[in-house]
Ligand binder design. Structure first.
Ligand SMILES: C[S@@+](CC[C@H](N)C(=O)[O-])C[C@H]1O[C@@H](n2cnc3c(N)ncnc32)[C@H](O)[C@@H]1O
Length: 302
């Protein structure tokens, strides 16, 4: 899976910066000799123009195209190089990562299933969304060692709660000491079991239905469409539901019949089905981000 992911997202399917520059120059040529200034706008190369930006360009052939040229609604993505991703992590994510999250992340990286851990930029996004929503009562399905769970707990107010559901208590126990050290244990209500069963139980609890502000789903992909129906009953109108891995290593956009492992074939099909259903669901507003392995944000509106 990791190899497939690298092949798809970090390798052949992405444009490398060098190729991008070639594309940019081809584009400038294609638009008929127009050049670009440094403020994102096209400038006509009419002889005798007095534009200051035009004056900055040394001469026709040496003009450096604006980096956003050649971009339209079909290729405006920054996921093009490992260096760019490292830049984001080093600049904005890692310096602000809570030390207990960092320690848990590094321990989990050594776990045989460490690839399942949510990425740091995704965890930062989760925390930001929870704070922006002012969420107090939240659900997580798919805890693993608890990295995204700790991000959630840290973002909640002192009296906030996260019901954390996973079939695997052993993995949760790896992360529990870090949650405790961060002073967040009082916010976490871990419930062992399948997402479908535990969510059904939440629905019949007092103050269960329509009482949650926020939910994050990062578990068994083939059940996401079922989780969606349950969560639409548990999350209040105006609340948020987030689905992880909705681009499944880029496989959702591969041509039918592309060879894949059995697991990837099943999960990719399940996520394509989910994506189509979410896009057509009038009960929510939806937005799909090309961050991490694909993150879809839904807002319940009815
Ligand atoms: C990708 S990992 C979650 C990663 C986690 N969000 C993190 O930040 O580290 C998926 C988790 O879903 C759990 N899982 C798989 N099937 C499940 C199910 N039917 N119900 C609940 N949890 C499930 C697995 O045990 C695993 O811990």
């Amino acid at each position: 899976m990791v190899l497939l992911y690298k092949a798809l997202v970090g390798g052949s399917m992405v444009h490398q910066p060098r190729q991008r520059l070639v594309d940019i120059y081809r584009h400038v040529e294609a638009v008929g000799g127009r050049t670009l200034d440094r403020t994102n706008s096209f400038l006509p190369t009419t002889p005798g123009t007095t534009s200051p930006s035009r004056a900055m360009a040394p001469s026709g052939d040496n003009t450096v195209a604006n980096v956003h040229s050649g971009i339209d609604s079909t290729n405006k993505t920054l996921l093009k190089s490992d260096a760019l991703y490292t830049y984001i992590l080093d600049t904005t994510v890692f310096p602000r990562e809570h030390e207990c999250m960092r320690d848990l992340r590094l321990i989990t990286d050594k776990h045989p299933w460490g690839y399942m851990q949510s990425s740091s930029d995704e965890a930062q996004l989760l925390g930001m969304l929870i704070k922006m929503a002012g969420a107090k009562k939240t659900i997580e399905v798919g805890v693993f060692t608890g990295y995204s769970l700790l991000a959630t707990a840290l973002a909640l107010p002192e009296d906030g709660k996260v019901v954390a559901i996973d079939t695997d208590r052993e993995c949760y126990e790896v992360g529990r000491p870090f949650i405790e050290k961060a002073g967040m244990a009082h916010k976490v209500d871990f419930r062992e079991g399948t997402g479908l069963e535990r969510l059904d139980e939440l629905l019949v609890e007092d103050d269960g239905a329509a009482s949650y502000d926020f939910a994050f789903v990062d578990a068994d992909k083939p059940n996401y469409v079922r989780y969606h129906e349950q969560l639409l009953k548990l999350v209040r109108v105006g609340g948020t539901i987030i689905y992880d891995n909705t681009l499944w290593g880029g496989t959702v956009a591969l041509p039918a019949g592309t060879p894949m492992s059995d697991l990837d074939t099943r999960f990719s099909a399940a996520l394509r089905d989910l994506n189509a259903k979410l896009a057509a669901d009038p009960r929510i507003e939806v937005c799909q981000l090309a961050i991490a392995d694909g993150v879809t944000i839904c807002r319940r509106i009815v």
